[in-house]
Design a protein around this ligand. Structure first.
Ligand SMILES: Cc1ncc(COP(=O)(O)O)c(C=O)c1O
Length: 425
């Protein structure tokens, strides 16, 4: 029994699953009482600078008065109402905003409740579109090695097969085509031979491929790979040439993280289908959206089903839409491009020199993302314990220690995180 009225860590350990952990030997978890600005407060009084933005989602900081107010106002109207047969102002306003800030051809929006579900919906859209055209052979996808698109089954089926352990689900998980991860780095010269390999895959498989799915410019949880805009341009051209739809998953990169509002803008291309999530609500609530063009949306509606076959209970949840509206307003009213470039400059100045440490294989930076790749895998539990003793919260994976702070983090705070990283190299 928990007699101190503290958070019951024994119960947590014995009964609650945390992301990607074992029930026999779980990673430690740290009890949090509250969060404010760029800080997370632990129950024991420790205050941690959050370099993770709660997995890419927090833009304006925690406990933001304007975002709090948006939720409070909305909860007094209605916290939820079904979207089947009903609609509401927060959803309509959010739809208008998204159409304004995403590429012009994307005019039709499906709201869902998590990034993975947005990817499921995108895949269904692609499949239903080809069905509606009477083409029943296009029932596979092409994806990049080192990609990550979520943990539900269809999303997982297009994640890197090794990282997401496809072998565990053999026979059940759909099998798709994988293309090698892009190798030309974002800021380096482009190696055109990559396109030859890519085109071979298109030439061989396009008849049964409905869509190519990728994370534009930054491959995130599959290895923090920043790749060349020419590669993305080439994928768009090949999709056009071979009659394959392009799904861009901007769940991690959307809303300014790479220095552009959406990473597709680095290559000046438009996807057929776009997935967004995470930062859409400024990290306040779970919400995602899948956007597509008139052509695809109307095509689906002309098909056998006559409808898009998806409808989550919490579709377009009013609380989530209300806070998303405010978060996007805050972002657009701010000087966000200069903010991201300030963070990028600070990371370039202070994080790049870490490459001289023997234990470090590479340092790379793009927008508000800084990555230190170690030569050997990181002991997550030990590293986190050490960083917490320095007042910093990060969650490394594999060989990667990376930071993607809330945009309101100041240079001194970024440097404090970098100094903490240095002490463990
Ligand atoms: C690129 C990308 N796609 C999809 C997802 C899945 O989103 P969610 O965790 O909200 O289901 C993530 C999550 O990290 C992601 O980074």
């Amino acid at each position: 029994m928990n007699i101190n009225n503290t958070i019951d860590l024994d119960f947590d350990k014995n009964h609650l699953w945390h992301p990607y952990t074992s029930m026999i030997n779980p990673l430690p978890v740290y009890p949090v009482t509250h969060a404010s600005g760029v800080h997370i407060y632990l129950e024991n009084g420790e205050k941690l600078l959050d370099g993770m933005a709660s997995w890419w989602s927090v833009l304006h900081g925690y406990n933001h008065p304007i975002l709090n107010e948006a939720i409070k106002e909305q909860v007094d109207q209605m916290s939820h109402v079904m979207f089947g047969g009903l609609t509401h102002r927060p959803a309509v306003e959010l739809g208008k905003k998204l159409i304004e800030i995403t590429p012009p051809s994307l005019t039709r929006i499906f709201f869902a409740d998590s990034g993975s579900v947005a990817v499921e919906v995108a895949i269904k859209m692609a499949m239903q579109y080809w069905q509606s055209k009477g083409i029943n052979t296009k029932n596979k996808l092409m994806a990049l090695s080192k990609g990550y698109h979520g943990d539900t089954f269809a999303a997982m089926s297009v994640c890197d097969p090794v990282n997401s352990m496809h072998s565990l689900y053999k026979g059940f998980l759909p099998e798709h085509y994988f293309v090698p991860a892009p190798t030309s780095r974002f800021n380096d010269a482009f190696d055109g031979s990559e396109i030859k390999v890519l085109e071979q895959h298109f030439a061989e498989h396009h008849n049964d491929v409905a869509a190519f799915i990728l994370e534009p410019i930054v491959q995130n949880a599959g290895g923090m790979n920043f790749y060349h805009a020419n590669y993305l341009k080439a994928v768009r051209e090949l999709c056009n040439k071979y009659n394959v739809l392009l799904i861009c998953d901007e769940i991690a990169t959307g809303f300014g993280r790479t220095g552009k509002m959406f990473a597709v803008e680095h290559a000046d291309i438009e996807p057929d289908i776009l997935c967004i999530g995470k930062a859409i609500t400024g990290g306040y609530m779970t919400l995602s959206a899948t956007l597509t063009s008139d052509k695809i949306a109307l095509g689906i509606s002309e098909g056998e089903a006559g409808v898009m076959m998806h409808g989550p209970t919490f579709m377009a949840n009013p609380l989530a839409c209300a806070v998303a509206n405010k978060s996007i307003e805050l972002l657009l009213e701010s000087d966000w491009q200069n903010t991201i470039s300030r963070i990028e400059t600070c990371l370039k100045t202070h994080l790049t020199p870490l490459v001289s440490y023997d234990s470090v294989a590479d340092v790379r930076i793009l927008g508000a993302i800084g990555v230190v790749e170690m030569k050997h895998p990181v002991d997550v539990a030990a590293v986190q314990k050490h960083l917490i003793s320095k007042g910093v919260w990060l969650r490394p994976f594999g060989k990667l220690i990376y930071m993607m702070p809330p945009y309101v983090m100041q240079d001194e705070e970024l440097i404090q995180i970098i100094d903490a990283i240095k002490t463990m190299l």
